[in-house]
Design a protein around this ligand. Sequence first.
Ligand SMILES: C[S@@+](CC[C@H](N)C(=O)[O-])C[C@H]1O[C@@H](n2cnc3c(N)ncnc32)[C@H](O)[C@@H]1O
Length: 292
Amino acid sequence: MSGFSADWLRLREPFDAAARDRELTLGFAAALKHRQPEQCRIIDLAAGSGANFRVLAPLLNVDQDWLLVDCDPALLNAQAEEIVHWSQRETWRCEKLNQSITVHAGMSTWRAHAWSLDLAQTLDQLDFTACDAVTTTAFLDIVSADWIETFCQRLVRSQLPLLATLTVDGRRVWTPGHPSDALIEAAFRRHQTRNKGFGPALGPLATTQIANRLSAAGYTVTTMSSDWHVGTMDREMLRRMAEESVAVALETDPSAAALCDDWLAQRATQIDAGALTLNIGHIDLLALPSAQ
Ligand SMILES: C[S@@+](CC[C@H](N)C(=O)[O-])C[C@H]1O[C@@H](n2cnc3c(N)ncnc32)[C@H](O)[C@@H]1O
C-alpha cells in the first residue's frame, strides 16, 4: 500500500481535471502528432487508478498504448474498474484481458496495461526506448533530487517529451484566514520534504529542479499554474483537507494538539456553514526535446 486510497484518488480526480492547464495538454498532443507514431506508446508514472489516462486519451486523437505504472496493488486493481465505469459513462466499448484493458472510442483505440513497479528502486526496468512519451500526475513532489537526475538522464537519452501535471508547489490558502494557519501550513511544508521512499523529497521544489535540468539538456520547458480551487460547496474535499492538515501538523509537532483541535473545530463549523474555501497551488510542466 502506498498510503493513497482509490477513494481519495476518486475524490481528487475532478479537481485535478478542472485545474490542469489546457494549453500544455494541447502542446503535448501536438508533440505526439509530430512524432507520427502509428500507435502512440505512453508511460504514465505513478498512475494510481488511471486518472491521467482518462484525461489524456480522448485528447490525443490517435491509437494509444499506455503503460500505467504504480507500486500499489490495490490501485493497480482499481484501474480496470475505474476505466470500465468511465467507458460505460461515455458509451465506449471496452475489453479486459489479464492486466490490460482496451477502450474502443469511435475512431481510435486506447489500450491501458497495469504494471506493478516500485519506481524508487527499479526505475531502470522501464524501457524508455520503447515509448513515445512519458506522463505523470500528482507525483513528482515526493521524489528526491537524485531520483530526478536519474529520471532526466533516461528521458534525455531517449529524447522523450514529458507532461508532468499537478505537482504541488507549496502554496495553500484557507479563506477566511485563522490565527493557527501559519502553524498548520509550516507543519505541512516540513512534511512535504520528508523521505517518501525516494530519499529526501523535493516537495515544492520538484518542478523547478526538473525544469532546470531539462532546459540545460536542450529541452523547451513550459510551466503553468494548475491550482485547485476548492469552493464552499466542496464540503467533502474541504473536510478531507482540513483533517489531513491537522494529522500532518500533529505528526510533526504533537505539542500543538490543543491549537489543532481548535483550528479543526472552527474549520468544521465554517465548512458546514458554506463559509470556507481553499486554494492549493500546483504546477503543470511540459518539456519537449529540441527536435519538436
Ligand atoms: C497522489 S497519487 C497520484 C496518482 C495518479 N497519478 C492520479 O493522479 O490519480 C501518487 C501515486 O504515487 C504512487 N507511488 C508512490 N510511491 C511510489 C513508488 N515508489 N513507485 C510507484 N508508484 C508510487 C502511489 O501509489 C500513488 O498512486
